[in-house]
Design a binder for this molecule. Structure first.
Ligand code: G3D
Ligand code: MG
Length: 170
């Protein structure tokens, strides 16, 4: 075990943050604490392709109440971020550029970002090119099309962000 890595999961309400984390940790957790404290936190040990084992601390942060300054407390010490857009709602991607990225830039220094285009199991009218160009503009290290429903690319997303976070530390 080489230590703990803190990853934050952010994006518009209903983009699928809680679902994505739930799919990944695949343990049954019934209580959604975000309603009362603004975040859920989960721990999962993962073995990376390199064979290294790490403890992932995943923070599923509420996107609803943007006025709550609390959000930034949860950002503190983040070593990687998954930023989610919802493929069925273009506005959720626009918000990534106008709101979520400036927000983490302000509170996390040089944190690697992966752009997650979630709900890939549903029809979308947002072009792949558009998502790619957003990814480039926000300087995302990777772009993944995921489905928290089918599990497509879910494990991959967490593994890649873990590797990036580790690289950033060492
Ligand atoms: P949030 O945590 O970002 O606010 P949630 O989002 O995880 O609560 O998800 C919001 C809704 O989208 C949920 O629907 C959830 O089931 C659905 N959802 C999340 N990810 C996916 C996905 O990849 N594919 C599909 N088809 N649906 C997804 P409900 O109806 O439960 O509110
Ligand atoms: Mg939710």
């Amino acid at each position: 075990m080489i230590g703990t890595i803190k990853i934050i999961i952010i994006g518009e309400p209903a983009a699928g943050k809680t679902s994505l984390v739930k799919k990944f940790v695949s343990s049954h957790f019934s209580t959604d604490y975000r309603a009362s404290i603004g975040a859920n936190m989960f721990i999962k040990n993962v073995i990376l392709d390199s064979g290294k084992e790490i403890k992932l601390q995943l923070w599923d942060i509420a996107g609803q109440e943007r006025w709550i300054k609390m959000r930034h407390i949860y950002y503190k010490g983040a070593q990687g971020a998954l930023i989610l857009g919802d493929l069925t709602r273009e506005k959720s991607f626009t918000q990534i550029e106008t709101f979520w990225c400036p927000d983490i830039d302000e509170y996390c220094t040089q944190v690697p970002i992966i752009l997650i285009a979630n709900k890939n199991d549903l029809d979308s009218n947002i072009s792949e090119d558009k998502i790619k160009s957003i990814g480039e503009r926000i300087n995302a290290k990777d772009i993944l099309f995921t489905s928290a429903k089918t599990g497509e690319n879910v494990e991959k997303a967490f593994k890649i962000i873990s590797e990036l976070a580790l690289k950033n530390i060492n």
